[in-house]
Design a protein around this ligand. Structure first.
Ligand SMILES: NC(=O)c1ccc[n+]([C@@H]2O[C@H](COP(=O)([O-])OP(=O)(O)OC[C@H]3O[C@@H](n4cnc5c(N)ncnc54)[C@H](OP(=O)(O)O)[C@@H]3O)[C@@H](O)[C@H]2O)c1
Length: 239
C-alpha cells in the first residue's frame, strides 16, 4: 500500500486529490491548518471505505519548526503533494512585508523545506513530489504580484528539485487554470467571472477532479520528471 501526504487537503482541490489517490489504493495523510471539521469528515469518509487508510495532521506550514515536526512524524511516504496555498490580491501600491511573508512562506518556502525534510523518506520508496503550481507562474495575473512571484518560484523549484533529487525522487507539477472561484478576500463579482470564462477556449472552468486526475497520472508515470502540466481548458493559448 502506497502513502500520499497532501497539504491543505481538508477541502476544495486538495480534498479531491486525497479522495482520488485514496480511490486508487493510496493511504492518505490529510494535512489541514484551520479546517479541522472538514478534515475529520473526509478522513471518516475514507476510513469507512478502508479501515486506517486516512490519517490527519494539523500544522501551520509557514512555521519551519512545525514543518520539521510534521516531517519527523512521517515514517513512510511515496507521494508528497504540495497543494496548500494563500491567494489574495496584493496591489503594488499597498502590498507590504506582511503580505510578502504570508504568501511567500506558505506558497514557496513550505514546499521547498517540506521536500527537503521528507526527501530521505521519499527516496526509500523511489517516491515523487507533485507541486500544485498555477498558469500565472508564466503570465502574471494583474494585482497579484506576490502570488505570481510565489508560483513562478514553485515552477522553478519543480525543475531544480527534479535535477537535485534524481534519480531517487521525481518532481513534477500541475498548473491549474480557473478551477474553483476564490473565496473571502479574493472573491470576484459576476462581471469579473464572465470576463475570465470568456478567455477559456473550452468555455468553462475546470473541476478539482481534472487536477486530481493529473496528479494521479504523474504519480503513476515513472519516466516523467521536471515537467509541469497545464490543466486550464486552453486558457494559456489566450494569455
Ligand atoms: N482554485 C483555483 O481555481 C486554482 C487556480 C490555480 C491554481 N490553484 C492552486 O491549486 C491549489 C489548491 O487550490 P484551492 O483553491 O483549493 O486552495 P485554497 O482553498 O485557497 O487553499 C487550500 C488550503 O491551504 C491551506 N493553507 C493555506 N495557508 C496555509 C498555511 N499557512 N499553513 C497551512 N495550511 C495552509 C488551507 O487549509 P485550512 O483550510 O485547513 O486552513 C486551505 O484550505 C493551490 O496551490 C492553488 O494555488 C488553484
Amino acid at each position: 500500500m502506497k502513502t500520499a501526504l497532501i497539504t491543505g487537503s481538508a477541502q476544495r482541490i486538495g480534498a479531491q486529490i486525497a479522495k482520488t489517490l485514496h480511490a486508487h489504493n493510496y493511504n492518505v495523510i490529510i494535512h489541514y491548518r484551520h479546517s479541522s471539521k472538514e478534515a475529520q469528515t473526509l478522513a471518516d469518509e475514507l476510513n469507512q471505505v478502508r479501515t486506517d487508510s486516512a490519517t490527519l495532521v494539523q500544522a501551520e506550514l509557514s512555521d519551519t519548526q512545525a514543518l520539521q515536526t510534521l516531517a519527523n512524524g512521517i515514517k513512510q511516504l511515496d507521494v508528497l503533494v504540495n497543494n496548500a496555498s494563500v491567494f489574495y490580491p496584493t496591489p503594488i501600491q499597498s502590498a507590504d512585508k506582511n503580505d510578502w511573508s504570508k504568501i511567500i512562506n506558505t506558497n514557496l518556502m513550505t514546499p521547498f523545506f517540506l521536500s527537503q525534510f521528507l526527501a530521505a523518506t521519499l527516496a526509500k520508496n523511489q517516491g515523487c513530489i507533485i507541486n500544485i503550481v498555477d498558469i500565472h507562474a508564466q503570465r502574471p495575473l494583474k494585482n497579484h504580484a506576490i502570488y505570481n512571484i510565489s508560483k513562478a518560484g514553485v515552477a522553478m523549484m519543480t525543475q531544480t528539485l527534479a535535477k537535485e533529487l534524481a534519480p531517487e525522487i521525481r518532481v513534477c507539477g500541475v498548473a491549474p487554470g480557473s478551477i474553483l472561484w476564490p473565496e473571502n478576500a479574493a472573491e470576484l463579482n459576476t462581471e469579473q467571472k464572465n470576463k475570465m470564462l470568456n478567455k477559456i477556449p473550452l468555455n468553462k472552468q475546470g473541476t478539482p477532479q481534472d487536477i486530481a486526475n493529473t496528479v494521479l497520472f504523474l504519480a503513476n508515470s515513472p519516466y516523467i520528471t521536471g515537467q509541469i502540466i497545464n490543466v486550464d481548458g486552453g486558457r494559456t493559448l489566450n494569455q
